[in-house]
Design a protein around this ligand. Sequence first.
Ligand code: 13P
Length: 252
Amino acid sequence: MARTPLVAGNWKMNKTTAEALRLAEEMLPGLQAVAGVEKLVCPPATALMPLSALLHNSGVALGAQNLYWEDSGAYTGELSPGMVAEFCQYVIIGHSERRALFGETDADVQRKVAAALAAGLRPVLCVGETLQQNEAGQAAEVLSSQLRAALEGTQLSSAGALVVAYEPVWAIGTGKAATPEQTNTLLRNVVRPTLAGLYGEAVAQGLRVLYGGSVNAANAADFFAMPEIDGALVGGASLKADEFVGIAKAAG
Ligand code: 13P
């Protein structure tokens, strides 16, 4: 079952619009030179409009970092699925920073995934255990419960409609990546079987599952060598053109 690798950059709350344009221009030629890999950048919301113009027909996709599930109304500070879909193909949903810092619950994540799909966006659904949960041996339980909470009752039109990102919270921004072997085992024994329980074996085999957490140009190839790891969701290293291009190359 061939799954096209996806290398995604989550720029988080970094880069003004001018800086975002400069960074995208700097990485674009390098990203375009990498074949057989889907490339995605997710800048702050203020940069989505100018970047959508720059990246139009470039072979590099654009994603938002969040959305709200309502179509319009009195929701100060939020962006609707339709607003995001004007500029983006993808949207990150349920990132651990949103869960931990902004109180996003599994129920919120479920509504956001459903609303994103209904707007024709591809969600990059983030799941992952904390250090405490990991040390208590609860990683498998946390992953399957987050996946089921986010996806139960939500239909997929195809395996391409959704991307899952396994991001162990303890590996995010710490420089301490999970091992490729540990990750592969969790994806094979927990993530894909949970997805198969929800959508059937064929769809589960077609869904892309990324790893995220301290991925860089030096360690990326070891992750991509694993059969279950279909790409990466990259934070810090996606803010440096040469690093992010290096990661994309490692997936090619
Ligand atoms: P780092 O690559 O900085 O560890 O961040 C990972 C992440 O949270 C991507 O969404």
